[in-house]
Design a protein around this ligand. Sequence first.
Ligand code: 6PG
Length: 247
Amino acid sequence: MLPDAARLAQAAAERFAVLGGEAIRGRGRFAVALAGGSTPRGMYQRLSSTFAERVDWPRAHVFWSDERCVPPDDPDSNYRMAREALLDRVPIPAGNVHRIRAEAVPEEAAAEYESCLRKFFGQHSTAGPAAGAPRPPRFDLILLGMGEDGHAASLFPGTAALSERNRWVIAHYVEKLAAWRITLTLAVINAAAEVMFLVSGARKAETLRRVLAGFDKPPALPAQMVRLADGRLLWLVDAEAASLLPR
Ligand code: 6PG
């Protein structure tokens, strides 16, 4: 637990830099999926300032955990937030920024993004379930936020997206938002080497309590369904979000 949102952003940026260094030393590249929403902005701003020299940006490859189906310059775009807070301020090659083309027809954008993942992670496959779906890609780091309803990425409670086990990326219409979203599936999220949740603020406290208190029970909330097969799950939370957790 970090004292406040600023220290949470600092700790998250530090972890990002450490993981990036390890991945690049070990595999020559760092594959990270960025979270959307507002919480990560402070982290991205630190990555493009205090921590900018700590990351070998030409060897970093940036993806997204999810995206709203809006144009890339839309105020709601997760891509736009990351571009403004981070990507326009560091020497990352354009070819290393793997944007979800969310302005396109949602299903087409999802299929295109999945092809991009298959290409990047080296698994060209036309395999469907019959042929045995290929192993999901293993991101070095996937960043996630958590909604007050316990959603993660764009995996919302009660949606069919939660039970998708073969596809890596899906587009779905989220009734409660009256909007289309594109998201990594749990198949990909749970295959990551590390998932880092960033949770800040008092309004998340009750949900965080439910999520962490219920981790030993069958998952009820999407955030509880993030259970890595062979990786590290890290919750970076500030004091306000943690205020209802048992001491
Ligand atoms: C999105 C995110 C979403 C977000 C949570 C928390 O596209 O909105 O992927 O999952 O991380 O809703 O959002 P805040 O950080 O704004 O609270």
